[in-house]
Design a protein around this ligand. Structure first.
Ligand SMILES: C[S@@+](CC[C@H](N)C(=O)[O-])C[C@H]1O[C@@H](n2cnc3c(N)ncnc32)[C@H](O)[C@@H]1O
Length: 285
C-alpha cells in the first residue's frame, strides 16, 4: 500500500502538470514561445501528446483562465482553510480569476444559439446577469452582440465596485446597468429575453427562489440559462466535487434535479449540455 508521502507526491505531480498545461495554453493564446531554457514542450509531450497547438488560440486563452481560476480557488482554500461556505469572503485574486474565467460563458451561449434561432434572438435583446461579480461575463456578452443590453445583479459590494470601474472603462459600458440587488428579491415581470443564473455560488433554497423569480422576469419565449459543476462519478472525484461546490456556497445538483427544477417551473425545450467541468442548462419560457 502506498504511504501518505507517496500519495502526496502523486497528487503534487497533478498540480505541476496543470500549471504547465495552463502556461502552454496561455503562451499559445498570446502567440508566444516558452523561454528557451524552460523545457515546457518536452514536458507537455507526455501530458498532451496531441499538443496545445490543436486548440484554437482564443479557446486556449479561455482554458488558461479556467486553470488560473481553479488554482486561485485552491489558494483561497489554503489561505482560509477554516472558512465556511460562501463566496463573498473569497480572496481578491479568486474574485478576479473567476470573473475572467466566466468570460467563456457568453461564447458557449452563442455556440448553442447557432442551431437554436430563438436563443440567438434572445442574445440580441435584454439579458439579466445574476451574480455579475466584477462584470467580466456581462462585458464579454456585450462585446459579442451590438444590440444587447445587460442588467447585472450582485450582493457583494467589493465585486460591484470593481464591476463599476470596468463598466466605466469599457466601450460597451453604456449598455450595462449594475444593481446591488439580491436575485431572490427581484420583482420585475416580462423584462428580459435571457436570464443567466450561476447556481454553484448559492445554496439550493436560494437557487430555487431565484428560479421562481427569474421565470417570471422573462418575456414569453425568453430563455433561462444556468449551470452547475459536473460531479465525477467515481467516489473520490464525487467527494472532491461536492467539497468544491459546498465551499463555494452552492449545492451539488444532479443534472436530473436541475433539469427537473426548470421543467417544474413550466420551461420548455429544457436541455442539459455537458461542457467539460460544467453542465449548462437551457430552457425557454
Ligand atoms: C463567481 S461570481 C460570478 C462571476 C461573474 N460572472 C464575473 O464576471 O465576475 C458569482 C457571484 O454570484 C453572486 N451571488 C451569490 N448569491 C447571489 C444572490 N442571491 N443575488 C445576486 N448575486 C448573488 C456572488 O456575490 C458572486 O459575485
Amino acid at each position: 500500500m502506498a504511504s501518505f508521502q507517496d500519495e502526496l507526491g502523486t497528487l503534487l505531480r497533478g498540480v505541476d502538470a496543470i500549471a504547465a498545461l495552463g502556461a502552454a495554453l496561455k503562451l499559445h493564446a498570446l502567440g508566444a514561445d516558452p523561454h528557451p531554457d524552460v523545457p515546457l514542450r518536452t514536458a507537455l509531450q507526455h501530458l498532451v501528446p496531441s499538443g496545445v497547438e490543436e486548440v484554437d488560440p482564443k479557446t486556449a486563452g479561455f482554458l488558461s483562465k479556467l486553470i488560473i481560476a481553479r488554482l486561485a480557488e485552491a489558494q483561497d482554500f489554503l489561505a482560509k482553510p477554516d472558512r465556511g461556505p460562501g463566496w463573498s469572503q473569497v480572496v481578491s485574486p479568486l474574485m478576479h480569476a473567476m470573473g475572467e474565467a466566466s468570460r467563456m460563458v457568453p461564447h458557449h451561449m452563442h455556440a448553442l444559439a447557432a442551431t437554436r434561432p430563438g436563443l440567438a434572438a434572445a442574445l440580441r435583446g435584454r439579458m439579466l446577469d445574476v451574480g455579475t461579480g466584477i462584470g467580466a461575463l456581462a462585458l464579454e456578452a456585450l462585446s459579442l452582440e451590438p444590440t444587447l443590453q445587460v442588467v447585472g445583479l450582485d450582493i457583494w459590494p467589493e465585486a460591484l465596485a470593481e464591476a463599476e470601474a470596468r463598466r466605466r472603462e469599457s466601450p460597451y459600458g453604456d449598455r450595462l446597468e449594475l444593481r446591488n440587488e439580491d436575485v431572490t428579491a427581484l420583482t420585475e415581470t416580462s423584462a428580459y429575453t435571457l436570464a443567466w443564473l450561476p447556481t454553484p455560488f448559492m445554496p439550493r433554497p436560494v437557487a430555487e427562489a431565484a428560479l421562481d423569480r427569474l421565470v417570471v422576469s422573462l418575456q414569453p419565449n425568453g430563455w433561462l440559462v444556468t449551470v452547475t459543476f459536473a460531479i465525477p462519478a467515481d467516489p473520490a472525484g464525487a467527494a472532491i466535487g461536492r467539497l468544491r461546490l459546498l465551499r463555494a456556497g452552492g449545492y451539488p445538483w444532479t443534472a436530473e434535479e436541475l433539469s427537473g427544477a426548470l421543467q417544474a417551473r413550466g420551461l420548455q425545450e429544457v436541455e442539459a449540455i455537458p461542457l467539460g467541468p460544467t453542465i449548462m442548462f437551457i430552457g425557454r419560457r
